[in-house]
Design a protein around this ligand. Structure first.
Ligand SMILES: Cc1ncc(COP(=O)(O)O)c(C=O)c1O
Length: 391
C-alpha cells in the first residue's frame, strides 16, 4: 500500500473541489473556450476599463477557467494571487522580466533548468542584465552574493544535480537585502514544499510536469503577493502575451484532482529506485535529495520522483537506454510513464549557452523521471537494463 506523506488536509480538500460554484452546479470546472466576452451596455464595458468592475473582457487577460486554476495554485501555495501562462518558461520569464533592467545583476543557482539558463544568458544578457551563478547548496555563498543584486532565482532541487537550497535562510536574507526571490517549485509541488512560508516572494511552476501529470499539456503558473503579481500584470503579462489557454488550464485542473495520489506514487518509485541504486556496484553517484543531508530537507515533507544517477565506465549508456522496456526514452517528466534522458545525449545540444557544459554535468549521468508503474517492476527494469549494458 502506498505510503502517503503528510499533506495538510486543507490542501487535499482544495485539490478535490473547485473554488467557485460553477454554472449549473457542474461538478467539474467548465472550459470557457471563448476569446472575448460581450457587454449589453456601453457603461458595463466602460466600468471594466475604469477598474470599477472585474468582469471578464478578453481571454489574453482573464478567463474563468484559467482564473479557477490561478485561484487553486494560490490557495495551495498560501499566496495572494497567481497568473497562468502558456508554458513553464513563459511563467519563468514573466516572473523575472518585470523586475530587472539594464545594469542589474541577478543571482541564480548553478544547474538550473537548461532553458531558464538560456533565458538568463541569451535574453537577459542581451538587455544588459548580468547573472551570477552560485552553488545553491552553499547557503553562505548564496547569501554573500545578495547585496546589490536585484533578484535571486532558485530551483530546489536543481536540475540534474538535484541540489537543495535552504529556502528559509535565503528567503530571510533576500528580504533583508531588498532582493526579490523567485523559486521554481515544479519538482516538490505545493504538496511537499511551500516556499512562501519560508519567505520566498514568487513561486513558478512548470504545470506541464506534476501539476497536470498526464504528459498531455504545456502550462506554467506564477504565484505570490498581490503587489508583485500586479507588477507582472502591468509590466509583462498582457504585452508578452504568453497566456494559458482555457483548454490547457482545464487539463491542469483535471490533473490536479489526483495530485496527492500521483505524488505519493512518484515519490515511492523514486525512493525504491534510489534504494536499489545507492549501493549498486555500477552506480558511481546517486543524485536524489532523499539520499543526502542538507538543511533544505527541513522544508520538504515529501520528494518528487525525478532524480539522476551516474553509471560506471563499464556500462554502455546507449545500450542501457535501449535495454529499458518499461521505462521510455524521452524529455520532460511528471507524467504517468517513467522516462530517461542520458546527459551524454544532451551534451550535444547546440546553441551559445549549454548549461550541461557550463556546470560540468557528468556525461555518465542519467536523469530518471519515475512514473506511476509498480515499484518492483520499475526497479527490475532498471537493474536488468544495467546488467544487459555491461561492456
Ligand atoms: C525544472 C523545470 N522548470 C521549468 C521547465 C519549463 O517548463 P515548460 O516546458 O512548461 O516551459 C522545465 C521543463 O522541462 C523544468 O524541467
Amino acid at each position: 500500500m502506498t505510503h502517503l506523506p503528510p499533506v495538510p488536509p486543507a490542501l487535499t480538500e482544495a485539490l478535490l473541489a473547485p473554488a467557485a460554484t460553477q454554472p449549473h452546479d457542474a461538478t467539474s470546472v467548465p472550459i470557457f473556450q471563448t476569446s472575448s466576452f460581450l457587454f449589453d451596455r456601453y457603461e458595463d464595458l466602460a466600468a471594466v476599463f475604469a477598474g470599477r468592475s472585474d468582469r471578464f473582457i478578453y481571454t489574453r487577460g482573464d478567463n474563468p477557467t484559467v482564473a479557477e486554476l490561478e485561484a487553486l495554485i494560490a490557495r495551495l501555495e498560501g499566496t495572494e494571487a497567481a497568473r497562468g501562462f502558456a508554458s513553464g518558461m513563459a511563467a519563468i520569464s514573466a516572473a523575472i522580466i518585470p523586475f530587472v533592467q539594464a545594469g542589474d545583476r541577478v543571482v541564480a543557482v548553478e544547474n538550473l533548468y537548461s532553458d531558464a539558463f538560456r533565458l538568463f544568458e541569451v535574453v537577459l544578457g542581451k538587455f544588459g542584465v548580468t547573472t551570477q551563478y552560485v552553488d545553491g547548496a552553499d547557503t553562505d555563498a548564496v547569501i554573500a552574493a545578495l547585496p546589490g543584486a536585484r533578484l535571486v532565482y532558485l530551483e530546489s532541487p536543481t536540475s540534474w544535480t538535484f541540489t537543495l537550497q535552504d529556502l528559509a535562510a535565503i528567503g530571510a536574507a533576500a528580504r533583508a537585502e531588498g532582493v526579490i526571490s523567485v523559486i521554481d517549485n515544479s519538482w516538490a509541488t505545493p504538496l511537499y514544499q511551500r516556499p512562501a512560508e519560508a519567505g520566498i516572494d514568487l513561486i513558478v511552476h512548470a504545470a506541464s510536469k506534476y501539476l497536470s501529470g498526464h504528459s498531455d499539456t504545456i502550462a506554467g503558473l506564477v504565484t505570490g503577493p498581490k503587489a508583485l503579481i500586479d507588477r507582472i500584470n502591468h509590466d509583462a503579462y498582457h504585452y508578452l502575451g504568453g497566456k494559458l489557454s482555457p483548454f490547457d488550464a482545464w487539463l491542469v485542473l483535471r490533473g490536479m484532482r489526483s495530485l496527492n495520489l500521483r505524488m505519493a506514487r512518484h515519490m515511492e518509485n523514486g525512493l525504491a529506485l534510489g534504494r536499489a541504486l545507492a549501493d549498486h556496484p555500477e552506480v558511481t553517484a546517486l543524485r536524489h535529495p532523499a539520499f543526502h543531508d542538507h538543511p533544505g530537507r527541513a522544508g520538504l515533507s515529501g520528494f518528487g520522483g525525478l532524480f539522476a544517477f551516474d553509471l560506471a565506465e563499464g556500462i554502455d549508456i546507449p545500450r542501457f537506454a535501449d535495454a529499458l522496456r518499461l521505462t521510455k526514452i524521452g524529455v520532460s517528466w511528471g507524467g504517468p510513464e517513467s522516462l530517461v534522458i542520458p546527459a551524454e545525449a544532451a551534451l550535444g545540444l547546440s546553441g551559445s549557452a549549454n548549461s550541461f557544459r557550463r556546470f560540468g554535468v557528468s556525461p555518465r549521468s542519467i536523469r530518471f523521471a519515475a512514473g506511476l508503474e509498480e515499484p518492483e517492476a520499475l526497479v527490475a527494469d532498471v537493474l536488468s537494463a544495467i546488467d544487459e549494458a555491461r561492456r
